[in-house]
Write a protein that binds this ligand. Structure first.
Ligand code: URA
Length: 434
């Protein structure tokens, strides 16, 4: 079998066999197939697509490309959560400690930023000393001790996804349904959770730009999970604008901490409660979504969710005093205001463009080797439906380089659509697929 023939097959619109998929996944994982050939195949898949069977085969080949974690040494039902990616999506930083504080163990492997979207691991690296590279033994031991651990994909977990994820990020091949479904589900299956809650984003800041494709992706992933015995629920949620106000690593950590203090933006709190309640239900900690939500709200009010975040940060070598006093986190050198030239109501925000503005500032990667700047980003002050007057602030840029800040300012200005008439706020939760 030759990689050349597999690329040609897909380029010409043919279905790949299970054996061909295994061949390229195994060869790429071993380092025998070069990036340029896999880039070509990713692009062929992007244009020609994969059917359900190919997607399921790709998922399992990627899951089996490394270790399949056994979380049996952790007591209780292990429930994982994964987002398909959005702008300003820092829900894991809120939901994971809340769910762990309720008594459901959270053993979570997270990813880095991808394309214009952020990643939990990059955000956590905004906390000085925080160790995201744990061995599997450390990971399990931390969950047993504190009820929670968030790690980057440990050494050999779905290594094929790790390589493909980084390659797709820089070859414009992220936003394909089969590639997203296999990427998400391979890691979730390999990381051994009993049940999985998926946050499938829909809208300008998501990879799925419309509800129909988001629901299709949700159904595909739920089916893959259920077929391998993992209870999987997908919540399809709005990403037609950034979630919360902060976009950029440290800025998002601060917003997540504010939310655990009960002082965060309403949409972030709402989504965190909705996803967390699904996790409590699957983890048999709550008997209904309503009960789960109430439990989580109590954990915010009592401060136990924030305490759990601190415990996790300490257990993973981070400086927990930064959680108490967020002014200790790294700041950008200066701020630049983005001022509105119009008046009316915010009708639309191209959330992917806000993500791109953060990327231009240095919050994301341009190439696989890029180093990110954790301190930079954007705070959006106006969301869809808000009234805006001429001269009011739309956003604040946190930057370390004036030229990049000016470029980001232009991008943000063009990302806003303003209407003369009143605009309704978008519905945050669009539906549940189970
Ligand atoms: N999240 C993932 O883990 N993989 C993707 O491809 C997209 C979002």
């Amino acid at each position: 079998m030759r990689m050349y023939d597999i690329i040609k097959s897909k380029r010409d619109g043919r279905e790949l066999t299970a054996r061909e998929i295994e061949f390229f996944i195994e060869g790429y994982t071993r380092g025998d197939i070069p990036d340029y050939q896999v880039s070509a195949l990713m692009m062929a898949i992007f244009f020609r697509k994969m059917n359900k069977e190919e997607t399921a085969n790709l998922t399992m080949a990627m899951a089996r490309s490394g270790d399949m974690l056994d979380l049996a040494p952790i007591d209780g039902i292990k429930v994982d959560k994964h987002s398909t990616g959005g702008v300003g999506d820092k829900t894991t930083l809120v939901v994971a400690p809340l769910v762990a504080a309720s008594g459901v163990p959270v053993a979570k492997m997270s990813g880095r930023g991808l394309d214009h979207t952020g990643g939990t691991i990059d955000k956590l690296e905004g906390i000085p000393g925080f160790n995201v590279s744990m061995t599997i033994q450390q990971f399990i031991s931390n969950v047993n001790k504190t009820g929670i651990a968030i790690s980057a994909q440990t050494g050999n977990l779905a290594p094929a996804d790790k390589k493909l994820y980084a390659l797709r990020d820089v070859t414009a091949t992220v936003d394909n349904m089969s590639l997203i479904a296999s990427s998400v589900m391979s890691k979730k299956i390999a990381s051994g959770a009993d049940a999985i809650v998926l946050d499938v984003k829909s809208g300008s800041g998501a990879f799925m730009k419309d509800d129909q494709s988001a629901f299709e992706l949700a159904r595909e992933m739920v089916e893959i999970g259920s077929n391998v015995g993992r209870r999987t629920v997908a919540v399809v949620t709005d990403m037609s604008q950034p979630l919360g106000n902060a976009v950029g690593n440290v800025l998002e950590v601060i917003e997540a901490i504010d939310t655990l203090r009960g002082e965060g933006p309403q949409d972030l709190k709402e989504l965190s409660l909705a996803l967390g309640a699904q996790m409590l239900l699957l983890g048999r900690r709550a008997n209904s979504i309503e009960e789960g939500r109430n439990m989580l709200e109590e954990l915010i009010k009592s401060g136990k969710g924030l305490e759990k975040l601190k415990e996790m940060v300490e257990a993973q070598g981070g400086d927990a005093s930064c959680i108490e006093d967020t002014s200790r986190l790294k700041k950008a050198n200066f701020k630049l205001a983005v001022i509105s030239e119009w008046e009316g109501y915010v009708e639309s925000i191209a959330a992917d463009e806000i993500g791109r503005a953060a990327l231009v500032l240095g919050a994301g990667r341009e190439t696989k080797e890029s180093k990110i700047d954790i301190s930079v980003g954007v705070l959006v002050h106006k969301k869809i439906g808000d009234r805006i007057d001429k001269g009011e602030m739309l956003a604040t840029i946190h930057a370390n380089d004036m030229q990049r800040a000016q470029e980001a300012r232009q991008i943000i200005m063009s990302a806003y659509g303003i209407s003369g008439g009143i605009v309704e706020k978008p519905k945050l939760i669009k539906g549940i697929v189970a």
